[in-house]
Design a protein around this ligand. Structure first.
Ligand code: PEP
Length: 252
């Protein structure tokens, strides 16, 4: 049994109005059973404060934002800073998500800068990486994920890296209903852990939580989470249903 933290993180994406978000978080919390698994609500910005009140005082339940700007403050209309996120009780931020990469052009140095900025303000990055379908079909998934991680995370010191949670999310499995097989997830997670070991050593590699994301549902979570290098999940669609999200949390 590994000593790594198990995490189930929800990514609500751009869903739920203010009351709907409160109702969802409250429903999840009401059903939550005792568990060692850490639970993270990745909500739109407008929900952070109200969900923070709902989860306050509950052990191992945290909040994540879905973006942060790389500067401390200033004339960046429409953006949000790490300090602002900290001020409403946010502990994590999702970075490098494939939707940010595909629709907002985020990659490489920008993600590296956002990771660094998050850490400067004690926000734990939930760093997403993963290959597109054509890359998988060409058998080049390891090459692509390695390049992402090297350019976007390996500028960190070992101490900084220790605060990062990695989410491997094959793009072809996100929101598509297609899930990587537990073996495909395990192979990539083991590969990522080896990369970390080569760069930062075995202790850091063994302590790094690596989540799988891509159409995780109550029906497949147990099989995926049973793999030795899979430490939990980043959950999109199923995090919007309290019953499903709770069932996934209970899947270890
Ligand atoms: C995600 O958005 O990170 C995700 C994994 O979505 P879904 O679970 O809906 O595939």
């Amino acid at each position: 049994m590994s000593q790594r933290k198990h995490i189930v993180a929800g990514n609500w994406k751009m869903n739920k109005d203010y009351d709907g978000g409160r109702a969802l978080a409250q429903a999840v919390v009401d059903q939550l059973q005792a568990t060692d698994t850490h639970v993270i609500f990745g909500t739109p910005f407008i929900h952070l404060k109200s969900v923070s009140k709902i989860v306050s005082g509950i052990n191992n339940v945290h909040l994540a934002a879905q973006n942060v700007h790389q500067a401390d403050s200033g004339a960046y209309t429409g953006e949000i800073s790490a300090a602002m996120l900290r001020s409403v009780g946010c502990d994590f931020v999702i970075l490098g998500h494939s939707e940010r990469r595909a629709y907002f052009g985020e990659a490489g140095q920008l993600i590296a800068d956002k990771v660094k900025q998050a850490l400067k303000h004690e926000l734990g990055p939930i760093y997403c990486c993963g290959e597109e379908l054509d890359v998988r079909e060409a058998g080049r998934q390891e090459e692509v994920v390695k390049a992402q991680i090297e350019s976007e995370l390996f500028h960190l010191s070992a101490e900084e890296f220790g605060q990062v949670v990695i989410a491997y999310e094959p793009v072809w499995a996100i929101g598509t209903g297609k899930t990587a097989s537990p073996e495909q997830a395990q192979d990539m997670h083991a590969f990522i852990r080896q990369l970390i070991q080569d760069k930062y050593g075995a202790d850091t590699a063994n302590a790094t939580t690596i989540l799988y994301g891509g159409s995780v549902k109550p029906a497949n979570a147990k099989d995926i989470f049973s793999k030795p290098d899979v430490d939990g999940g980043l959950i999109g669609g199923a995090s919007l249903k309290a019953n499903d999200f709770n069932a996934i949390i209970q899947s270890f």
